[in-house]
Design a protein around this ligand. Structure first.
Ligand code: ATP
Ligand code: MG
Length: 182
């Protein structure tokens, strides 16, 4: 496993939500997570679990049409889906920088597409369909100081889902993060 990445595996949507909820225990004000993965891999499911872990009571739904939705919890959750955006400036027009400064935690589906406009300090969460239709491998890759300092805590929080047999993260990220070393 790379010093900056953790790979977990889940075999149901509930397991993905549970893992995300466990990760949310580590969340701090201002945190940013970029959710990366093909259509239907579980980005929204991950956000739902993460919200549960933050103590959000409201039902979290896909913000594909609203683009951004905010929820109240132990820390507020800002949930964005930028799939439909055609330019980075549209993301900034949504008030992204203000959201990142407001003390909540921001999760962005398809966030890799706008990573270039963001400060390089986030956790990338790469979801991939694995062996079966309900299997997912999920690589969590720390980019920048905020999450790099917490990789060991991430490993501990997600130990239940870490697959020790195949623990080499292969996520390619946005090019600045994983060194691929073990
Ligand atoms: N292990 C798993 N983890 C997450 N989702 C799973 C898993 N197994 C099956 N699923 C199913 O995959 C689908 C994931 O849907 P979800 O809306 O979370 O994906 P998404 O990546 O947000 O899609 P989109 O790109 O359209 O936003 C759900 O129907 C869910 O039940
Ligand atoms: Mg989604």
């Amino acid at each position: 496993m790379s010093a900056r990445s953790v790979r977990i595996r889940t075999s149901s949507v509930e397991a993905t939500r549970d893992a995300a909820a466990a990760l949310a225990e580590l969340a701090r004000p201002g945190d940013l997570l970029l959710l990366v993965g093909d259509l239907g891999t579980g980005k929204t499911a991950f956000c739902q679990g993460f919200g549960r872990g933050l103590g959000v009571d409201e039902q979290i739904t896909s913000p594909t049409f609203a683009l951004v939705q905010s929820y109240t919890g132990r820390l507020d959750l800002n949930h964005l889906d930028v799939y439909r955006l055609t330019s980075v400036s549209e993301a900034l027009d949504l008030g992204l920088n203000e959201l990142l400064d407001d003390g909540g935690v921001t999760l962005i589906e398809w966030g890799d597409t706008i990573a270039g406009a963001l400060s390089a300090d986030f956790l990338e969460v790469h979801l991939n369909v694995d062996a079966g239709p309900e299997e997912r491998s999920i690589d969590l890759i720390a980019v920048g100081p905020a999450w790099s300092a917490r990789v060991r805590s991430v490993q501990t929080a997600l130990s239940e889902w870490i697959d020790v047999g195949t623990d080499t993260a292969s996520g390619t990220g946005t090019g600045t993060e994983a060194d691929g070393s073990c």
